[in-house]
Design a protein around this ligand. Sequence first.
Ligand SMILES: [Zn+2]
Length: 241
Amino acid sequence: MTATVVTVSQLIGFAEPGPVVGRCYLCGQETNAGHPGAPSDSFTAWSSVYSGTVICEYCWPLVHDRRFRARSWLATPGQVRFVEPGEDRSWLRDVLLDPPAPPFALYLTRNGKKQGWIPLLRYVSHSRDRFWVGTDWTDRPVYCDRLWLAERVELLDRLADRGVPRTQMLFGRFAPRVWRSAIQDGWTSELEAVQRLAGDPQWEVLVYAAYRSRDRGTVRGVTRGDLPSDQLAEDAGEEPA
Ligand SMILES: [Zn+2]
């Protein structure tokens, strides 16, 4: 690993040196050990900010490991922890609310299709209080404030405990039965608070990573099926059982 960690790929530190001098398409760093050739179309869309000529030795192994695209993950120096298929994601919630010692990088994917981790490459987090979260539903990483998240997770948990589905929390659009319960039991102000939060990228990160279902007590990943459309905001349906 280089002395100064500038990119997430350097933080991870898996290096496969190549023969070419140039500037990396993906992270923008100059290198003496790059690999020639432009990335495929699926990468180009996400890396258009850099006029690169190579893929550097640190980005190269990431490009060739589909887990960086297909899964959510946490990178710390020399390590990556991926969310395994079907795994309880409670640890992602813990990372969000109680981040590891910096430097680190956190990536959340909704459906594992987009190369949304590419924009995160230049956003290594150096603070536990304010940090970046890469996602595949925002163009840029989301800047998160730990205190802000901690204050709102209580609202999230209270409504989850009452059985309000995650997608309704994301968009602040609630089913009639939820409104009926809220009116009957006097918590409409909490639904209105969520309506004010809907659309805030930090809220979306929080709901996505920290929603804990009442039934299972676990944090479940959104899979394809949960959010069939490409645009998060288009989906306001009920969560499947
Ligand atoms: Zn690179």
